[in-house]
Design a protein around this ligand. Structure first.
Ligand code: FE2
Length: 169
């Protein structure tokens, strides 16, 4: 689980609106997608949860910002002291953040699960999920995709934002 201390540090430096398209609700939906996917894919859940809160944390705008993945990876490295991860998991988190923007689908299953958890929430910006860009069989499952579409289109606000993170949006 993501600690409140870490989440507060990430929120403090986030330069875009917390209620925005790449803000807290998106992070929480990615986290929920990840929690659903990880048991099916065998991904390291700790990594997927951290990816959810780090991957867009260094965005500079809500549209095209191709370097934000690499900035997120640099930020993860800078926050190493706050992360209770072994070296392998830490490297997976850095990789997942750095390359999540590129549309790649090949990699370690934990990295793939991170990318799928994010891409399943693409409908919030008016785009459709393209199964071609989903990495895992679990994410491409029809019901799974349909439910992610509903959550994204409605910009559903996960309850965990309040219950786990203690944040009121
Ligand atoms: Fe994202």
């Amino acid at each position: 689980m993501v600690s409140k201390k870490l989440l507060n540090a990430i929120i403090k430096q986030y330069s875009l609106p917390l209620e925005g398209l790449h803000g807290l609700s998106h992070w929480a939906r990615v986290l929920e997608n990840g929690r659903l996917l990880a048991p099916l894919t065998g991904a390291r859940l700790e990594v997927v949860e951290l990816f959810a809160v780090f991957h867009d944390a260094r965005r500079r705008n809500e549209s095209t910002d191709y370097r934000h993945g690499h900035r997120a990876a640099d930020y993860v490295r800078a926050q190493r002291h706050l992360l209770d991860l072994n070296e392998r998991d830490f490297d997976l988190l850095v990789m997942a953040c750095a390359y999540h923007v590129d549309g790649g689908t090949i990699g370690d299953v934990t990295v793939q699960t991170c990318w799928d958890a994010d891409r399943l929430d693409i409908c919030r910006v008016g785009l459709q999920i393209n199964p071609k860009y989903l990495c895992t069989e679990a994410a491409r499952e029809e019901t799974f995709m349909r439910e992610a579409v509903v959550r994204g289109v409605n910009r559903y606000v996960p309850e965990l934002i309040k219950s786990e993170w203690g944040v009121e949006l």
